[in-house]
Design a protein around this ligand. Structure first.
Ligand code: G4P
Ligand code: NA
Ligand code: NA
Length: 191
């Protein structure tokens, strides 16, 4: 069991059969030491991928993604969920459906920061239905750059995200894989 899995067992709160609350170390308060370890694991899982940029989605993807970016010495880009006055034109934009919020949002990245030739590692905190990762992959495609893989901190294997991403040919690496949250208990899938 890695440190992340230990932390999930210790501090994760099973809200219901579909949702794990991890706001004490990932989604609200952040444990920087654990994030550093997570960054290291991502670097190992994608060794040899010649990554030039990391792409995540604000806000909860940023902490783990920046730690991987630091260790790879490449820039981190976080896709933005809201357009600001200073972020309007020259954007790559994708629509992302949030299953939990039941609404579509637009996620955007400035054209300045991604271009053909980039080799992009996508990182996110959770993999549930996979729509956030698909939106980010769509942005990379618009830039005519390459997705070298998708790194996930916590995957829920009982939801369809991985299947969708694998079917499209993406390499998916998740650091903790939860197969069930039934009975208020976290059960991990085999590695
Ligand atoms: P998807 O990311 O796979 O497409 O699934 P979904 O639409 O269900 O995810 C919506 C939001 O909920 C995302 O965060 C996602 O990371 C988060 N999420 C999904 N499953 C869980 C879970 O079991 N526990 C927790 N804590 N979060 C989950 P977001 O809206 O983008 O918010 P942010 O935290 O990144 O700002
Ligand atoms: Na989240
Ligand atoms: Na997220």
């Amino acid at each position: 069991m890695n440190k992340l899995e230990q932390k999930i067992l210790q501090d994760g709160i099973v809200l219901n059969e579909n949702v794990l609350k991890v706001d004490s170390f990932l989604n609200h308060q952040v444990d920087p030491q654990l994030m550093w370890e997570i960054g290291k694991l991502f670097v190992e899982r994608f060794e040899g991928s010649r990554i030039t940029k990391i792409l995540t989605l604000e806000s909860s993807g940023i902490a783990p993604a920046v730690m991987a970016a630091l260790q790879l010495d490449v820039p981190l880009i976080f896709a933005r969920k809201r357009k600001s006055l200073t972020l309007k034109d020259d954007l790559y934009t994708e629509s992302v459906y949030s299953f939990t919020k039941q609404e579509v949002s637009e996620v955007s990245v400035s054209r300045k920061f991604l271009s053909a030739g980039d080799r992009v590692l996508i990182i996110d905190d959770f993999l549930a239905n996979g729509d956030a990762a698909l939106g980010m992959a769509g942005i990379v495609k618009q830039a005519e750059a390459e997705v070298v893989g998708i790194g996930i901190v916590i995957e829920k294997t009982f939801q369809p995200g991985r299947g969708k991403l694998i079917d499209l040919g993406y390499k998916v690496e998740s650091l903790a894989r939860i197969k069930s949250l039934e009975g208020g208990q976290v059960a991990f899938a085999e590695h």
